[in-house]
Design a protein around this ligand. Structure first.
Ligand code: KIV
Length: 277
């Protein structure tokens, strides 16, 4: 019996090998239909805990549960066939101990079939990253502006402006890479620090608000589609204005229903249809 895994998906090893080469393209995805549309165009789909804010209207990502991440992770896996899918470990599901992190990451891996997990934190998470990676769980690290620590950081503000902040980010980057992370998300970090980190590490950096110096880029899909209007950070570029289109479609539908212009015979079962003579 063959034990070969037959998958057309991009692997974490493929991502790791893109270091210094063609920029790595990453978008978040939370649902099967959106994953299906993004899949041919990206290297990685990140089921980010940003879904708490983007889909559920939460003010921060702190209220997201492991069950939510697993349900959305399963949806994204069903909707995609090519991209490497990575799922965020939510706040409180990994910080307590390496063992807690392993238990919850193992659930994510077993119940979704994703290629790995992402977790936030630098040097303080190195022991946990090593614990997971040496036990077969690929880890995407996340340093710089880490939204799960928004209260400790004093809000969503760019990191690395002060010398001591810059030094801490560089040492965090080294620590998570040495611990075995296959790549590192660098969020909301000033350009010189993101550049230094990208040059220093042997694994790829994936930037969000961290300049083109990174080995790849990630954005929240609803931001690039112009669907998430509450707040648009400076580092986001809108590639579409779907919010306007959704509103226009809802208005047109409401107008037609109120005017009894919808539904017509073609949308009805059993209504007489006009046939060509
Ligand atoms: O939760 C998320 O979507 C993320 C990315 C934006 C990096 O962590």
């Amino acid at each position: 019996m063959s034990t070969e895994i037959k998958s057309k998906r991009i692997t974490v090893r493929d991502i790791r090998q893109l270091k210094g080469g063609q920029p790595i393209v990453v978008l978040t995805a939370y649902t099967a239909p959106i994953a299906r549309l993004l899949d041919p165009h990206v290297d990685m789909l990140l089921v980010g805990d940003s879904l708490g804010m983007v889909l559920y209207g939460m003010e921060t990502t702190l209220g997201v549960s492991l069950d939510m991440m697993i349900a959305h992770g399963q949806a994204v896996m069903r909707g995609s066939e090519r991209a490497c899918v990575i799922i965020d470990l939510p706040f409180g599901s990994y910080q307590e101990s390496p063992q807690q992190a392993f238990r919850n990451a193992a659930r994510v891996m077993a119940e979704t079939g994703a290629a790995g997990v992402k977790l936030e934190g630098g040097s303080e998470m190195a022991e946990t990253i090593e614990f997971l990676t040496t036990r077969g769980i690929p880890v995407l690290a996340h340093i710089g502006l880490t939204p799960q620590s928004v209260h400790a950081l004093g809000g969503f503000r760019a990191q690395g402006r002060l010398d001591e902040e810059a030094a801490a980010i560089r040492s965090d980057a080294r620590a998570v890479a040495e611990a075995g992370a296959f790549a590192v998300v660098v969020e909301g970090t000033v350009e010189p620090v993101a550049r230094a980190v990208s040059q220093e590490l042997a694994v790829p950096t994936i930037g969000i608000g961290a300049s083109p110096a990174c080995d790849g880029q990630v954005l929240v899909v609803d931001d690039i589609l112009g669907l998430f209007g509450t707040f648009t950070p400076r580092f986001v570029k809108r590639y579409a204005d779907l919010a306007d289109q959704v509103e226009a479609a809802a208005r047109a539908y409401a107008d037609e229903v109120r005017a009894r212009a919808f539904p017509t015979a073609e949308h009805c079962f059993g209504a007489p249809k006009r046939h060509p003579q």
